[in-house]
Design a protein around this ligand. Sequence first.
Ligand SMILES: CC(=O)N[C@H]1[C@@H](OP(=O)(O)OP(=O)(O)OC[C@H]2O[C@@H](n3ccc(=O)[nH]c3=O)[C@H](O)[C@@H]2O)O[C@H](CO)[C@@H](O)[C@@H]1O[C@H](C)C(=O)N[C@@H](C)C(=O)N[C@H](CCC(=O)O)C(=O)O
Ligand SMILES: Nc1ncnc2c1ncn2[C@@H]1O[C@H](COP(=O)(O)OP(=O)(O)OP(=O)(O)O)[C@@H](O)[C@H]1O
Ligand SMILES: N[C@H](CCC[C@H](N)C(=O)O)C(=O)O
Ligand SMILES: [Mg+2]
Length: 488
Amino acid sequence: MKLVDLMATLQVYELTKPIQHINITGIEMDSRAVEENNLFICIDGFTVDGHNFAEQAVQKGACAILAERPLDVSVPVMLVKDTKKAMAVLANTYYNQPTQSLRLFGVTGTNGKTSVTYLLESIYKTHEEKTGLIGTIQMKIGDETREVKNTTPDALALQRFFKEMVDEGVQTAFMEVSSHALSMGRTFGCDYDIAIYTNLSQDHLDYHDTMEDYLKAKTLLFTGLGNQYTTGRPKFGIVNADDHYHEAFMNATAQQVVTYGIDSDADVTATNIELSAKGTSFVLRTPQGSVDIESSLIGKFSVYNMLAAATGAWMAGVPLATIQQAFHTTEGIRGRFEPVLAGQEYGVIVDYAHTPDSLENVLTTVKNFAEGNVYVVVGCGGDRDRTKRPLMAKVAVEYADVAIFTSDNPRTEQPAAILQDMEEGVDVGSYKTIEDRREAIGYAIQHASKDDVVLIAGKGHETYQIVGEEVKHFDDVEVAREHILANK
Ligand SMILES: CC(=O)N[C@H]1[C@@H](OP(=O)(O)OP(=O)(O)OC[C@H]2O[C@@H](n3ccc(=O)[nH]c3=O)[C@H](O)[C@@H]2O)O[C@H](CO)[C@@H](O)[C@@H]1O[C@H](C)C(=O)N[C@@H](C)C(=O)N[C@H](CCC(=O)O)C(=O)O
Ligand SMILES: Nc1ncnc2c1ncn2[C@@H]1O[C@H](COP(=O)(O)OP(=O)(O)OP(=O)(O)O)[C@@H](O)[C@H]1O
Ligand SMILES: N[C@H](CCC[C@H](N)C(=O)O)C(=O)O
Ligand SMILES: [Mg+2]
C-alpha cells in the first residue's frame, strides 16, 4: 500500500522527509517483528518506550516511522500527538475497515463478558452462520483457535484478525471489550452493530483511579455505537436494567437501547426461574413472545448472561426458537463453573471468579446446592487492584464453611504480601493460609467428605501461574484431579 494513501486518514504535524515514493508491506509496533518495508509505530508503553527501538526497527527494514517525538534515523519520521490513537486509525485503514463487513457484537462489563460471547457464538452457530470470537480465553474463526495475550488485543492485532475473519467468510463476530482497551483506544475504528453491557462492580482500581473513571471507560463502548448507520445495519445497545449503572450506558449513545432484567421492569425478562445443581430453567419473555429455556448452566448469574445474549441475538433478528435450541445444547465454558469429575463423592468446581462480586455470586450458588460443607480455595492476582483483596477474602469467609487463602498469579509482587492484604479483610482464625496453590488445593480435597463442595476460584481456564517474570505451567483442573485420585 502507498504510504501517502494510508497517511491521508491521519493528521500528521511534522514529516522529516518525503514519503510519496514509499510503498509499505505492513505495519508493526514491535521492532522484533519488523519486516522489510514495514511502517514502524513507536508506542511509549508501561514497561519500555518503543521510541528507543526505532533504530533497531530501521535495521530490520522499516521504511518509515510514526512517532511522538523527533528521532535521529535514516528513514522518514512522521510525528503525531498520540501514536496509540494513530495506530488504531491506521490499522483500520490498512486492513480496509474490516468490521464494516461484519455484524459485530461488543460486550463489556466487569463480569460475564466471556460467558456472554460464548453464548452468542452458540446461538449464531445454531443459526448456521460462520462466527468469529475475540476474548480472554482465545480468538476464534469458526472452530479454529488462536492464542491471546489480552482479553482485547491492541489495535493492530485486532484489525488484522478482523481482516482474517472477513477473508474467511465470517458473518458475525463477538468481542469482549475490556475497560483497559477502551481507555487505551485499542478499539477505535471498530464498527459495532450491537453493544452489550453486563454489570459493573469493583475491579481494576489499580488502573482506573475511581469507580467513576472505570464506569466512564466502559461507557465508551456505547459512545462508540455512533449516531448514524455506517454499515447499513441498525445499531443498538443492550443493558442490564437490574444493574445500578445501566442508565449511564443508555445515556452514552444516541442509538436505541433495549433492557433485560429479572427484578426490574425490563423489555426482556426471565420469569419462573428454577435453579438447581443440574441446571437452570426459565421463561424468556420478549415483546414478541416467550419461550421456555432449559440449560445446563448453573446459577442466577448464568440467567443474566443468557438474557444478555438472547436479547442481543433476538434484537438482531435471530428467532426465539433458535435461541431456545442453542441454550438447550450449550455446554459449559472452560474454567467457568467447571466441574472436576474423577469419581469422587464430593463436588469440585473450578471457576474464574476474581472479583468480590463474582466470588459472591459463585459462592452463593454453590452454597445453595451443596448438601455438605463448602470449601473455597482463593487468591488474588499480583500487580492488580490491591483494594479488592480484603473484599474477596471477606466474601470467602462469609460464604464458605472453610476458606483457604493461597496464591493466584503473584506476578512481580511477593505472594506473602498479597496474602497479607487479603487477611486484612477478615478476623484471625476465620481462614487458613497456604501460600503454595498446589498444596492449598490438596488440603481442601483431603479434608472434603461426601456431599461437600470444593470451589477453586480465580484462575479458571488459565494453564499457567505467573511468578515474577516466569510463566509456569499450572492448571487448577489438572491439579485438582491429581489430588482427587491420590486421595482415593
Ligand atoms: C498495562 C497494559 O495494558 N500493558 C499492555 C501494553 O504493554 P506495555 O505498555 O507494557 O508494552 P511495553 O512492553 O512497554 O512496550 C512498548 C512498545 O515497545 C515495543 N517494543 C518493546 C520491546 C522491544 O524490544 N521492541 C519494541 O518495539 C512494544 O512492541 C510496544 O509497542 O501493550 C501490550 C501489547 O498490546 C499488551 O499486551 C499489554 O498488556 C499486558 C500484558 C496486560 O497485562 N494488560 C492488562 C492490564 C490488560 O490490558 N487487561 C485487559 C483485561 C482486563 C479484564 O478482562 O478484566 C485486557 O484487555 O487484556
Ligand atoms: N453475569 C455475571 N455476574 C456476576 N458474575 C458473573 C457473571 N457471569 C460470570 N460471573 C462470574 O465471573 C467469572 C468470570 O466470568 P467471565 O469470564 O464470563 O467474565 P469476564 O467479564 O469475561 O471476565 P474478565 O474481565 O476476566 O475477562 C465467572 O467464572 C463467574 O464466577
Ligand atoms: N483479566 C483479568 C484476569 C484476572 C485473573 C486472575 N487470575 C489474576 O491473574 O489476577 C486481569 O488481568 O486482571
Ligand atoms: Mg473475559
